[in-house]
Design a protein around this ligand. Structure first.
Ligand code: SF4
Ligand code: SF4
Length: 440
């Protein structure tokens, strides 16, 4: 299997199996049960619109946030709601989830009609459809309230379509361009119709430049090939690379400069929502790791438990030592094989038992390696200590907790194996939850 060597900001190298460019994206079979959380990774919540025992269809809206902070949830299968109960997630703790048992019929009843003549429609009609379909063309946490509510379009000058992820680019975006080129081009027309743009950039891995020649006749895009160094594709770092300016941290946003970052798959989901009336019910995910024979790009229904994926890719669950959602640098190991594919899942990484490092982490030896590695010029050693001892506010006030982009480089280089990025993620989530305590 091809191994890609990913170079990192501090000059380190990481090896990872990637699906070959020639391999098509494989659809994962329909799951027998789906688990759909009513809380997102920022702590925002949806209200269920269905009751236990109710019959639902694919595409039906089953949960909605009246404050439009969390994207609505749609059923990815047809069947019966069997429970609405708390389920434990590694990152979020106990969260309420809708559980649907599939009837195996895949009966479709979307709440939306296709808008085939979208070029004739008002931009607000299009953006509202995209949002009602659960697609975040622009990340919600950067959007003003009025656009999330579909009453105003935010001025945007430049759109950046990121085909390299945070630096673990793999081949998923490229396969999508190859397999859904016409839809991707429709997506660009859609974006131009909504926003009065100066320019649309597409950032690609320079190693795949030749493959992107299929877009060379399409002059609405400026293709920017770059030498990928993890976490180069993070908006803060990509912004600097493209525009030679820094987004002020921790509260600055690319949107303050009229710039939006999105991904190839998000553009495709937006096209499905508008042109086909299909809400976001499945995700393009790269499945890789030492425990599987062949890395694959797959299309998986949201809510599918990871155990269903294990059954379908032919691996022995006894061989798996660790399952990580996310890339090897910033992903999170899961505590149960019931963990479902979520709207933000892009990588699932299965590690062989013999490859799992079980050594406990040790005290910081003040070597400073994490400081050298940090692309945001933070002090991960001190951040880690404050977060470890629950001094979250001090970590935020004294050491810029919220400037951290959670790339995981500090933890990767730490000789004491300190789980710095996970301590930081936990502290951020705790502070966000405390902030929201009074909102619900
Ligand atoms: S502190 Fe944050 S930004 Fe810096 S290396 Fe660690 S995870 Fe990356
Ligand atoms: S790399 Fe690890 S041991 Fe070295 S200063 Fe950072 S936290 Fe401490």
């Amino acid at each position: 299997m091809p191994l890609e060597i990913i170079r990192t900001w501090g000059g380190h190298k990481v090896q990872i199996q990637i699906p070959p460019v020639e391999e098509t994206i494989k659809p994962s079979p329909s799951p027998s049960q789906v688990i759909l959380p009513l809380v997102d990774n920022k702590g925002y919540r949806c209200r269920p619109l269905v009751n236990v025992g109710e019959t639902v269809y694919i595409g039906e809206t089953i949960a909605r946030d009246d404050n439009c902070q969390m994207a609505p949830v749609h059923s990815p299968v047809s069947g019966k709601v069997t429970d609405i109960k708390n389920t434990r997630f590694t990152e979020m703790g106990l969260v309420p989830c809708i559980i649907i048992k599939s009837d195996g019929k895949d009966s479709y009843k979307s709440d939306f009609d296709p808008i085939e003549d979208f070029m004739e429609q008002e931009p607000l009609t299009i953006i509202k459809r995209i949002q009602d379909a659960g697609v975040k063309l622009i990340p919600y946490d950067t959007l003003p309230d009025a656009e999330r509510r579909g009453s105003k379009i935010t001025p945007v000058k430049k759109f950046v379509i990121n085909a390299i992820g945070h630096g673990f680019s793999g081949t998923r975006s490229l396969r999508l361009i190859i397999e859904r080129k016409e839809d991707f081009i429709t997506g660009i027309q859609l974006i131009k119709k909504i926003y009065s743009l100066e320019k649309i950039y597409m950032v690609i891995n320079e190693k795949h430049q030749e493959n992107y020649n299929i877009l060379k006749d399409f002059d609405s895009l400026e293709i920017v090939p770059i030498q990928v160094k993890y976490p180069m594709g993070h908006p803060h770092l990509l912004f600097k690379r493209l525009f030679n300016k820094e987004i002020p941290s921790p509260n600055g946003k690319a949107l303050d400069f009229g710039v939006v970052f999105t991904s190839v798959d998000t553009v495709i989901y937006a096209v499905d929502a508008v042109v086909r009336g299909k809400p976001l019910i499945e995700k393009y995910v790269t499945v890789t790791g030492s425990a599987i024979n062949e890395a694959q790009n797959m299309m998986i229904r949201i809510g599918t438990p990871v155990e269903t994926i294990i059954d379908n890719i032919n691996i022995q669950s006894s061989d798996i030592g660790k399952i990580v959602f996310g890339n090897p640098m910033d992903g999170t190991a899961q505590i149960t094989i019931e963990h479902p594919v979520l709207k933000n899942t892009r990588w699932i990484w299965f590690q062989l038992e013999e490859d799992v490092v079980k050594e406990p982490y040790r005290a910081c030896i003040n070597c400073g390696d994490c400081i050298d590695a940090c692309p945001m010029r933070l002090m991960p050693n001190l951040l880690g200590r404050y977060c470890e001892f629950y001094r979250f506010e001090d970590a935020a006030d004294l050491y810029d907790l919220f400037t951290c982009i959670e790339c995981g480089l500090c933890a990767y280089v730490c000789p004491s194996r300190r789980p710095l990025v996970h301590l930081i993620q936990h502290a951020k989530y705790e502070l966000l939850m405390r902030e929201k305590e009074n909102e619900y």
